[in-house]
Design a protein around this ligand. Structure first.
Ligand code: GAL
Length: 794
């Protein structure tokens, strides 16, 4: 036990270099290291795992965040069913022994997220119970902390199944923190920073203020320069500051300041608390949608669940950074955290990388969707959960809209209107700066449609699948805009351009039946409507990225994303990129490996924003196609145009050619505003090599790297039909955290060091440990030379 305690002490950053309280008044310490884990239940008392004397040496040592579900095997009969991706759930215990790194007046522990139904003890004392798996919560440890070794025990109960419609993971799957604060301090989430123009208002909750103490507020720019200061008495102060010509926060220029709050007592700083924020003014209008600092921005949004494929729910920050970078390149500027509050670091990344966020609270209120979902806890916990969500998240400049729920069955009942109003009141009381919506799927539904009072009460009316009912297939929001001109309207959820998991021309070699030609039409029509109607705030596609769960065996997850679970863009991605970005885009599909289909007519599709595209097969010219939406009219004078004129244009947002198949090269040449762009697809030959690339080859300790492996022919073309079995091994200062290939129907557990390639591709996540050094990942496949990549953990 003694040894463990010492290890724990060493593991706490800052412990070794603890400084005098005057210069380091509070500490927010990572508490992720050196836990022990036991899968399964065990009696808590009398000398169970909650007591310090309990012998946990047989338990598995691990570091958090940890998701035990993702380590398990897929099982068709798993209690969680397809909702949870057929992965194991159950009950698990965690324990950690630690010695306080330094004396502090007040000590608390913060869990960013535990799925679910957690109970926490310190030294045998029960601290509390928290059902909701997506909420951040903290407990005061001060009265129970001893000199010497202390023990925290956590019981996690995810055994009541099914409780989710998507993969949730199980365990302490987000970070844990130890907070050491002086007696007089700024409370947890105790600042509320809002901006208007150049003005900043900071409301601060100071706990245990001493008479005469002051609260100093400083606005600090990204370079560390203090640009405004104010001092007030330290009693729950509301301070007003102003900054001359501050740099504004926007998706294109996500500039962040921080508000530094210092409590001063007798000239000494006794506490300091930083809150990052951004200067931006948001506005919503029933005629012109959303605007930021007076500039209209259409929300080009995606819905995202919180898992990241083979690492499950315990997602290293770097993986979110990489995923968000791919979304950003698509032109995505908005994210809906469906259907729950995300990890805090996810929101930090949205602030830093520039995304508008719709932060959602729940998937169910009083009426459930699956047997054991949040409806069991709603009455007792929803107000507490939503208040904590708002307090935790309301300083993020990225968050521009709250959602109180997704497809809430109560939307169709009188009781639901009451429930909505109670939640709205809490949102408005705790954050009057942002509007609230819910994602409604029954607007205009037959028989049980959403109550008018429900929609009227919302600040912004959210539409899920606006084209679902009746004439709205074509008219989308128009009937409601006409009937309720005062409603502000947003597409909280709509189908995306889906790419088939595998291209197929059907089974009949005489008759091609391509499975990839019609998927884009619905999404194109919806996007056209959204693009030209200013009153539509924007749209959030279901989904940006594939996710685990919500599957039917042998599927393990949903392929609704325009990006797969290995962070690889699919065809649909390029459709949105062609609409949402200004750089020339020219993407072709399908692949060009159709042995046995020679002479058959195969549709070739281009997602492009070029004005014209010429197509060639083995240098034979196959014609030029034109697209322009909306078509431009004369500009300046008769027969003059602002942009190069496109004579004939399709009504679709893609181009298409029917090409008689022969192996070789399909080449497209696109022209846009005088620029030329060329895209080629080659018929790939036999496997010749494994190509291995990492997003980055230098990472930190306690970090992750993602590695892509392609099976390529002798000319370096990825072989779109290759499914070779691959094995993975890691040596050096890290470990293999999971492998994937993007195929939702694969049966191999993510934790196994093997995987078939899927469409010529596979993916691995490598984790660094606490010791720096090189990490070598080697991938082998029968008949091909092994490939190794080295990642340096520094
Ligand atoms: C929506 C729902 C999502 C997801 C999606 C699947 O109705 O809000 O959570 O289930 O359907 O298509």
């Amino acid at each position: 036990m003694k040894k463990l305690a010492l290890l724990a002490l060493m593991a706490i950053p800052g412990a070794a270099s603890a400084q005098p309280a005057t210069t380091q008044p509070r500490q927010h310490l990572s508490f992720d290291h050196d836990w022990r884990f036991h899968l399964g239940d065990t009696a808590a008392a009398p000398i169970g795992p909650v007591s310090a004397a309990y012998d946990d040496r047989s338990w598995r040592p691990l570091d958090l965040p940890h998701d035990w579900s993702i380590e398990g095997a897929f099982d068709k009969d798993a209690p969680t069913g397809g909702g949870g991706g057929y992965l194991p759930t159950g009950i698990g215990w965690y324990r950690k022994s630690f010695t306080l790194p330094r004396k502090g007046a007040l000590v608390s522990i913060q869990f960013d997220g535990v799925y679910m139904n957690s109970d926490v003890w310190i030294n045998g004392h029960h601290l509390g119970h928290r059902p909701y798996g997506y909420i951040t919560f903290a407990y005061d440890l001060t009265p129970y902390i001893k000199r010497g070794a202390n023990t925290i025990a956590v019981r996690v109960d995810n055994s009541l199944q099914p409780n989710s419609r998507w993969y949730s993971g199980s365990g302490i799957y987000r970070h844990v923190w130890l907070d050491i604060r002086p007696k007089e301090h700024i409370a947890q989430w105790g600042t509320y920073v809002t901006t208007h123009g150049n003005d900043v208002t900071i409301q601060t909750q100071v706990d245990n203020p001493a008479p005469g103490d002051s609260l100093v507020a400083q606005i600090v720019d990204a370079g560390g320069k203090v640009v405004a200061t104010d001092a007030a008495p330290a009693q729950n102060a509301k301070q007003h500051l102003s900054v001359d010509a501050p740099l504004r926060w926007s998706p294109d220029h996500p500039y962040l300041y921080k508000a530094a709050l210092l409590i001063k007592s007798h000239g000494k700083i006794v506490d300091k608390y930083d809150t990052p924020f951004g200067f931006r003014d948001i506005a919503y209008s029933d005629t012109s949608g959303f605007s930021l600092d007076g500039k209209r921005i259409k929300m080009n949004g995606v819905c995202l669940h919180g898992d990241a494929g083979c690492v499950g729910a315990a997602v290293p920050e770097r993986i979110w950074r990489e995923r968000l970078a791919v979304l950003k390149k698509m032109g995505c500027n908005a994210i809906r955290t469906s259907h729950n509050p995300p990890a805090p670091e996810f929101l930090d990344l949205c602030d830093e990388m520039g995304f508008l966020v719709m932060d959602e609270a729940f998937d169910a209120w009083e009426s459930g969707k699956v047997k054991n979902d949040y409806h069991l806890y709603f009455d007792e916990w929803s107000q507490r959960d939503v208040t904590d969500q708002i307090h935790r998240d309301r300083n993020h400049p990225s968050i521009v809209l709250w959602s109180a729920g997704n497809e809430i069955p109560d939307q169709t009942s009188d009781k639901g209107v009451e429930l909505l109003k109670a939640l709205l009141k809490t949102f408005h009381d705790e954050d009057p700066t942002r509007p609230v919506t819910t994602a409604n799927d029954d607007i205009a539904a037959d028989v049980h449609s959403t109550r008018m009072a429900f929609l009227d009460a919302e600040d912004v009316v959210g539409y899920n699948y606006v084209d679902r009912w009746h004439e709205r297939r074509e008219l989308y929001y128009a009937p409601d805009h006409y009937d309720h001109p005062q409603w502000k309207m947003i597409g909280t959820e709509s189908g995306s351009v889906r790419t088939p998991d595998v291209y197929s021309l059907g089974n009949d070699p005489q008759k091609p039946e391509p499975n990839y030609i019609s998927g884009m039409i619905n999404a194109e029509q919806l996007w056209k409507f959204v693009a030209v109607h200013d009153y539509v705030i924007g749209d959030f596609m279901w989904t940006g990225i594939d996710y685990l769960g919500e599957a039917r065996w042998p599927g393990k997850g949903s392929s609704s994303g325009v990006i797969d679970m290995t962070n690889l863009p699919k065809d649909g991605y390029y459709f949105y990129q062609s609409q949402w970005t200004d750089k020339p885009v020219l993407h072709l599909l399908p692949h060009w490996n159709w042995a046995g289909r020679e002479g058959q007519s195969i549709p070739v599709i281009a997602y492009t924003n070029c004005d014209t595209v010429e197509l060639y097969l083995n240098d034979k010219y196959l014609g030029t196609k034109y697209r322009e939406f909306p078509r431009q009219g004369n500009s300046g004078a008769w027969n003059k145009y602002a942009r190069p004129y496109v004579a004939i244009t399709t009504a679709d947002l893609h181009l298409s050619w029917d090409v008689p198949y022969e192996p070789g090269t399909i080449k497209a040449v696109g022209r846009r505003n005088g620029e030329t762009i060329t895209t080629e697809i080659h018929t790939a030959g036999a496997p010749a090599a494994l190509k291995i690339i990492a997003d980055t080859t230098v990472i930190s300790t306690d970090d992750a790297a993602t590695v892509h492996v392609d099976i390529v022919d002798k000319d370096g073309n990825v072989i779109p039909t290759a499914d070779n079995p691959l094995t993975f091994s890691v040596t050096g200062a890290g470990r293999l955290a999971g492998v994937d290939n993007g195929n939702q129907r694969d049966d191999d557990a993510f934790s196994l060091p093997r995987r078939h390639a899927f469409k010529g591709h596979a993916y691995a996540v490598v984790r660094s440990g606490r010791t720096p050094g090189p990490i070598h990942l080697t991938v082998t496949a029968d008949g091909l030379p092994a490939a190794t990549i080295t990642i340096d953990a520094r």
